[in-house]
Design a protein around this ligand. Structure first.
Ligand SMILES: Cc1cc2nc3c(=O)[nH]c(=O)nc-3n(C[C@H](O)[C@H](O)[C@H](O)COP(=O)(O)OP(=O)(O)OC[C@H]3O[C@@H](n4cnc5c(N)ncnc54)[C@H](O)[C@@H]3O)c2cc1C
Length: 372
């Protein structure tokens, strides 16, 4: 490599780094994306790609507005990136059935229906067991009913990441396949990012290394509480038509994807940086799958993947300028929602760098200062 100077160096070409690079380069800045492996080669390339802004950490409070903001941006972003690159991120509306098997499940869903009904973009209501099976005949007949959520969506996470990076390159960004090994700084200002083959001077640096972002503490001394949380997914070939709706049960799901396969997931495992698929994960997913849709549990296993979500102590992303630093930004920690939230996270970082302020709703809940 060579020594170079850029307006912004983005470390990590997952979905957050790629969309941030697109937005920054589109605004006229000279951007370098540094990636140690390959574009989208970790969670961003293997995630299920569900876009459900109503379920997950921080919901409904304090992140509902932020989550709806992100959801609202996805369709337009998918079209914009497809026009720019010819790569279709496969944004598709997908309704969801959250299945209940006992009174405990029912009372949990009841509590959620109360506030979900007020979210105008979505139609969320309770359906009894026969109605759930009419909506999707492969639903387990033992289910006692389901929360039916109309209005959610899904994308192909790898294609979205690829399209964003390609679009960034069309605006002059460069992707350099090198590992960032550290930063050079004086006072609270970063001067350059170092790599095995040289250094890149940077006007601003974005740390978007997913769970590996924690290494920033070694580089600059500022604590960053991000940890890996392993998740596994099975891709399966099955007989019959695609599912009419995604099926969900206690954090597990199955849905038909654009590759014609049913994707079923997902585990949550504290396994450090071990990202190997294993039989324990496979069996756990199959057991939940047979609970949701017994017919699908006999489908042929085509691919088994594992990767690492970046998670924070409060389950919400860390997005913003690192305290005590002029030009060092963090965008990571989105856990199970990183595909959905990536656009809002990238909007925040782009606005902070180009305007020194952000108008993104809910950004105040995501600042790195909440951990200091
Ligand atoms: C099984 C599973 C299913 C999921 N399903 C969904 C879903 O349905 N919906 C949803 O919204 N989210 C989902 N997620 C979550 C989502 O995938 C993640 O939150 C998101 O992909 C994280 O993106 P990222 O860009 O922050 O990190 P990553 O994708 O991990 O990217 C970080 C990049 O940084 C690179 N890097 C690391 N260190 C260095 C270095 N020193 N120098 C240069 N580069 C470096 C890595 O190689 C990597 O490419 C799922 C996650 C998993 C594991």
């Amino acid at each position: 490599m060579r020594d170079a100077a850029r307006d912004v160096v983005v470390i990590g070409a997952g979905i957050v780094g790629s969309i941030s690079s697109y937005l920054l380069s589109r605004s006229g800045l000279r951007v370098t994306m540094l990636e140690t492996d390959a574009l989208g080669s970790h969670a961003s390339g293997f995630a299920f790609g569900g876009l459900d802004p109503l379920n997950g950490h921080g919901l409904p409070e304090p992140l509902l507005d932020f989550s709806l903001y992100c959801f609202g941006r996805h369709w337009a972003m998918a079209r914009e990136l497809q026009r720019a690159t010819g790569i279709d991120p496969n944004f598709q509306p997908r309704n969801r059935l959250y299945l209940a098997f006992d009174d405990n499940d029912v009372s949990q869903y009841d509590a959620n229906v109360a506030w979900m009904k007020d979210v105008s973009m979505f139609d969320v209501h309770w359906v009894d067991a026969p109605s759930a099976r009419r909506l999707e005949p492969r639903v387990n007949p033992e289910c006692v009913g389901a929360l039916y959520q109309q209005g959610a969506a899904s994308v192909d996470a790898y294609r979205l990441t690829l399209a964003a990076a390609r679009a960034a390159e069309r605006h002059g960004a460069e992707l350099v396949l090198q590992r960032a090994t550290g930063i050079e700084y004086h006072g609270g200002r970063v001067d350059a990012v170092t790599c095995p083959d040289g250094r890149i001077e940077a006007g601003a640096v974005i740390v978007a290394m997913g769970p590996w972002s924690q290494i920033i503490t070694d580089w600059c001394g500022t604590p960053l509480p991000v940890e890996p949380l392993k998740g596994q997914i099975l891709r399966m070939r099955y007989d019959g038509p695609p599912l009419n709706a995604a099926l969900n049960y206690r954090g597990n799901y199955v849905d038909s994807k654009s590759d014609g396969l049913a994707w079923a997931g997902s585990t949550e495992e504290e396994a450090g940086f071990n990202a190997h698929p294993d039989s324990k994960g496979r069996d756990a997913i199959l057991s939940h799958l047979s609970r949701m849709a017994p017919d699908l549990a006999n489908a042929a296993l085509m691919q088994h993947t594992a990767c690492l979500r970046p998670v924070t102590p409060d389950g919400m992303p860390i997005v913003g300028r690192l305290p005590g630093w002029d030009n060092l930004y963090i965008a990571t920690g989105a856990g199970r929602k990183g595909i959905l939230w990536s656009i809002g996270m990238s909007d925040i970082i782009t606005q902070l760098i180009t305007r020194e302020d952000t108008q993104v709703t809910g950004a105040e809940h995501l600042t790195p200062t909440r951990f200091t």
